[in-house]
Design a protein around this ligand. Structure first.
Ligand code: DX5
Ligand code: ZN
Length: 223
């Protein structure tokens, strides 16, 4: 639809892929480049079969960087229960999975009422239609392109049509949410996503292991 400015393409490196005994080193790697977003993967060992880190870690990273846009991805059975801690820790955007049984609408309202941006997240098997009730309420829709829980997995290509569908709905309805992908994103898979209308790219392994991270950033944001 005309009149809607397309979003700038954005890389959101996932600090999950850095060395957790020294996340400051991971943060420095990000700070060395003109990177605007940092993706923070929060896992509770219930909704996903793994743990990552909690609000204290987010708050401590925030103390070391006041400029990065903190894109916090809650992989929790009870995002409503733990939300305040992640808002207080300095998240700029919080995205919540729609699969667990809780009041998604109310939790999105709480994020907005705290003057932060909000997003919903869909697992690979969750159909695009499940996002319909929230399309006009969110700043971002995050599509998982792996099953959440671990970094370093392979991109699931079956998720590509879902991106195209959400992009079409966004255009048709004149909406302005960002469309983000997470899991197995490298320069090849990012291009496939971009062709479907994705504008925001989480990359853990591919970014931190890239031989030339500046070139990786450029290839994502200025292809
Ligand atoms: C999975 C996480 C990951 C991650 C990205 O639960 O959300 O998708 O940060 O990791 P890579 O880029 O290594 O797949
Ligand atoms: Zn994530």
């Amino acid at each position: 639809m005309s009149g809607i400015a397309p979003h700038e393409l954005r890389l959101a490196p996932s600090i999950l892929a850095a060395d957790h005994s020294s996340l400051v080193e991971g943060l420095k790697i990000v700070q060395e480049l003109p990177i605007k977003w940092l993706h923070l993967d929060i896992m509770d060992g219930h909704f996903v079969p793994n743990f990552s880190f909690g609000p204290q870690t987010v708050a401590d990273l925030r103390k070391r960087d006041s400029n990065l846009f903190f894109d916090t991805h809650l992989m929790l059975d009870n995002p409503d229960k733990h939300l305040d801690a992640f808002l207080d820790a300095g998240s700029n955007l919080v995205s919540i999975h729609i699969e667990p049984d809780y009041d998604v609408d109310a939790t999105l309202d709480r994020i907005r009422n705290a003057d932060r941006q909000c997003g919903i997240v869909l697992n690979p098997a969750t159909p695009a239609q499940a996002a319909l009730p929230y399309l006009d309420k969110v700043d971002l829709i995050l599509l998982m392109t792996v099953w959440p829980g671990f970094g370093g997995q392979s991109f699931i290509k079956d998720t590509l049509p879902k991106m195209g569908l959400l992009n079409a709905w966004r255009k048709e309805r004149g909406l302005n949410f960002r469309l983000e992908v997470d899991g197995g994103v490298d320069l090849n898979t990012a291009q496939l996503c971009r062709e479907e209308g994705v504008d925001t790219f989480v990359a853990g392994t591919a970014f931190f292991k890239a031989p030339d991270r500046a070139a990786f950033l450029k290839a994502i944001e200025h292809p």
